[in-house]
Design a protein around this ligand. Structure first.
Ligand code: PRP
Ligand code: URA
Length: 209
């Protein structure tokens, strides 16, 4: 069964409180999202498999550790997921990157696919799918389905803010996918926005409204 990890480290909570505030502008919003993604990335990558490697320090030979086997792919859901991508690439510079384009239909709130470009060997990689908002869960659910349709077997979902409804939607459809959040908020409003949330993540990252 999928696990829900709410990474409520004090630094993350502090930075998220700043992000939520209406008066926080795009420049600071992006910077804070970068910083939180870096902190969350530390937890999301906690169980990466390691292997031994023989090395020499200036003093002696030793057996060190290196990340083994499956390599990583970072896949942001466009647009807002882009705001979480760079920090993960800072942590794992050799990760490959894929993109999934989905937007929520303004009337039905159902996700609509408009783009998908993934690394050729994505099926052999551990995929970290990133999107700040897990609202109805439809976008993340469908993005995971798209990854599985291309053979991915090891997928983690990293979001910033979620609600129980969105978590349930993803867990029901994909019980094998662990979910990482910085905060589990209360509910959705009548427009399917997260309450209290932080508003429209894409608009706040890119300053489009
Ligand atoms: C937002 C957000 C998620 C989605 C979450 O994207 O970035 O992708 O909504 O909602 P859901 O859980 O109900 O599917 P949006 O569709 O607004 O597109 P954007 O990132 O391009 O602004
Ligand atoms: N998408 C957002 O950007 N924010 C929400 O609260 C819900 C969906």
């Amino acid at each position: 069964m999928s696990e829900l990890h709410v990474i409520n480290h004090p630094l993350i909570q502090h930075k998220l409180t700043l992000m939520r505030q209406t008066e926080t502008g795009s420049k600071d919003f992006r910077q804070l999202l970068d910083e939180i993604s870096l902190l969350m990335g530390y937890e999301v990558t906690r169980d990466l498999p390691l292997e031994d490697i023989n090395i020499e320090t200036p003093i002696c030979k030793m057996v060190g550790k290196q990340i083994s086997g499956m390599k990583l792919a970072v896949v942001p859901i466009l647009r807002a997921g882009l705001g979480m991508m760079n920090s993960l690439l800072e942590l794992v510079p050799v990760a490959k990157v894929g993109f999934i384009g989905l937007y929520r239909d303004p009337v039905t709130h159902e996700p609509v696919e408009y783009y998908c470009k993934l690394p050729e060997d994505v099926d052999k990689r551990i995929v970290i799918l990133v999107d700040p908002m897990l609202a109805t869960g439809g976008s993340s659910r469908d993005a995971i389905t798209m990854l599985k349709d291309r053979g991915c077997k090891n997928i983690k979902l990293m979001c910033l803010v979620g609600v129980p409804e969105g978590v349930k939607t993803v867990q029901d459809a994909h019980p094998d996918v662990d979910i990482y959040l910085a905060a589990l908020d209360e509910k959705l409003n009548e427009n399917k926005y997260i309450v209290p949330g932080l508003g429209d993540a894409g608009d706040r990252i890119f300053g489009t409204k």
